[in-house]
Design a protein around this ligand. Structure first.
Ligand SMILES: Nc1ncnc2c1ncn2[C@@H]1O[C@H](COP(=O)(O)OP(=O)(O)OP(=O)(O)O)[C@@H](O)[C@H]1O
Ligand SMILES: [Mg+2]
Length: 437
């Protein structure tokens, strides 16, 4: 493609996966491609939103070497625990208590951590498509993870804006992620539709109800996209992982065990390490001297010291990646079949357990109810009855969870459910949206 022929760019900075799409002269969205961890050549349309700080002390350096995406995972695996792997950064954007984190003696703001991921996305897109215009449309959830108020959402958007500008864009426009997914979905409809879009990612589940018109119709009279309402909730794939950690992993690492207090009474182990364990982006933040000191104290007084030692091992040696990788494997297996095997075997921890889909669905029942409640709230707010909805477009990686799909099948009917472009619909739609702004 000739430099300068890129007309519009859309950026989906996801909690788990990011993607960047452009629209060229033919008005079709195209995605930048990245090296996948499965193949040495560029064949993936998404990029893991992950970064790794590697200590260079052993090789004579004094600074932490930074890598992003699949390269970060590769370097992490090669470094044998010597470094810090950070993911789900998007979930910190609305967190007012997050000012900076210390990594190998240096302080990093959220912008410092997110910008390298966005810079890599930009570089890959430019290598493939040529120079990019200064304007970009960036996706955002309806409500960011942990945002309690409108002001928290505004803070999160402003922080993301800073990171996008640091990656070289000067004209930044935000769009709700499910609205973006609607732009992708709309390119395949052939008649007017009232559509509920539901995007289930790693950090958030987002919904938009729109009246859509098929391609070509907008050229005749007005926009093809009429937004009736949006809503969202910070419960998605990471929360499902957390529930599985709670039931499958945490008990082996001392959740529910007892310790002897300084007054001689036997007390239950504190819950805070396990609350953090359930959310990997918090787990990597536990790896501080002060926290490890507290946990060693607990180990000394514990009635199950081997379990607490195993917990310390997971935190200190940054094994969260392996734990969550195995949890995700089990979760993916449960989307396909009625049961999935979880295996995590390490020096101090051996867990091997067959997980039944029915059990998993019980563990996430509360989360599913909140997601369903959010859908019902949106429908009430816009005063639309389920039978008025023509189709329901489910997208995002967590839309593969059968119990998530069941929420919509029971309300709208299985025949109305449409799926597709689960990992790229938002980026494609953002690029299409960018043609309009
Ligand atoms: N087959 C599957 N079954 C269940 N979950 C899956 C499957 N495939 C992917 N996921 C989950 O989907 C999530 C990632 O989806 P996606 O890439 O759409 O999220 P994201 O865009 O990064 O997050 P967000 O939109 O919340 O910022 C992860 O939690 C992943 O474990
Ligand atoms: Mg997403």
């Amino acid at each position: 493609m000739n430099p300068g022929s890129v007309q519009a760019v859309g950026l989906d900075f996801g909690t788990t996966n990011s993607a960047i799409a452009i629209v060229g002269e033919n008005r079709e969205p195209r995605l930048a491609r990245f090296k996948s961890h499965l193949a040495p050549f560029d064949d993936a349309e998404t990029f893991r939103s992950i970064l790794f700080f590697e200590s260079t002390e052993e090789t004579g350096g004094s600074e932490a070497a930074l890598s992003v995406g699949n390269e970060a995972i590769r370097r992490y695996l090669a470094a044998g625990g010597n470094g810090r792997l950070i993911q789900s950064l998007k979930s910190f954007l609305a967190d007012r208590s997050f000012h900076a984190t210390e990594i190998m003696g240096e302080s990093y703001s959220l912008g410092d951590l997110i910008a390298p991921i966005l810079i890599e996305l930009r570089n890959r897109a430019e290598a493939q498509f040529g120079e990019l215009p200064p304007r970009i449309v960036v996706g955002r959830p309806v409500h960011f993870s942990d945002a309690q108020t409108r002001a928290d959402d505004d803070l999160a958007r402003a922080r993301l804006d800073i990171a996008v500008r640091r990656a070289g864009w000067t004209d930044v426009v935000f769009e709700f992620e499910p609205v973006a997914a609607a732009y992708d979905y709309a390119s395949r409809i052939i008649r007017d539709e009232l559509v509920l879009i539901a995007d289930f990612g790693g950090g958030t589940s987002d919904f938009s109800l729109l009246r859509l018109r098929p391609p070509g119709a907008g050229d005749v009279s007005g926009s093809r996209f009429e937004i009736l309402g949006n809503d969202g909730v910070a419960i998605a794939g990471d929360a499902f992982d957390g529930r599985m950690i709670h039931h499958v992993v945490a008990p082996a690492l001392g959740r529910g065990s007892k310790y002897r207090s300084p007054y001689g009474t036997v007390l239950p182990a504190p819950t805070w390490p396990y609350v953090k364990l359930e959310r990997w982006h918090h787990l990597s933040m536990l790896n501080t001297r002060a926290t490890l000191f507290k946990l060693r104290e607990l180990e000394r007084e514990s009635l199950a010291p081997a379990m607490i030692a195993a917990l310390i091992d997971v935190i200190e040696n940054d094994l969260g990646y392996f734990v969550f990788r195995e949890i995700e494997k089990t979760k993916l297996a449960l989307s396909e079949s009625e049961s999935g095997l979880f295996v995590f075997e390490d020096r101090l921890t051996q867990i091997r357990r067959e997980v039944a889909r029915r059990d998993f669905e019980g563990w996430i029942a509360h989360q599913l109810a909140k997601i369903a409640g959010c859908v019902d709230r949106l429908m009430r707010e816009v005063s639309v009855a389920p039978d008025q909805v023509d189709s329901v477009f489910l997208t995002g990686g967590s839309s593969f969870v059968p119990a998530v799909r069941a929420i919509f099948a029971s309300r709208f009917g299985a025949g109305k459910i449409r799926m597709g472009n689960e990992f790229t619909s938002v980026a494609r739609g953002l690029a299409l949206r960018a043609m309009e702004v």
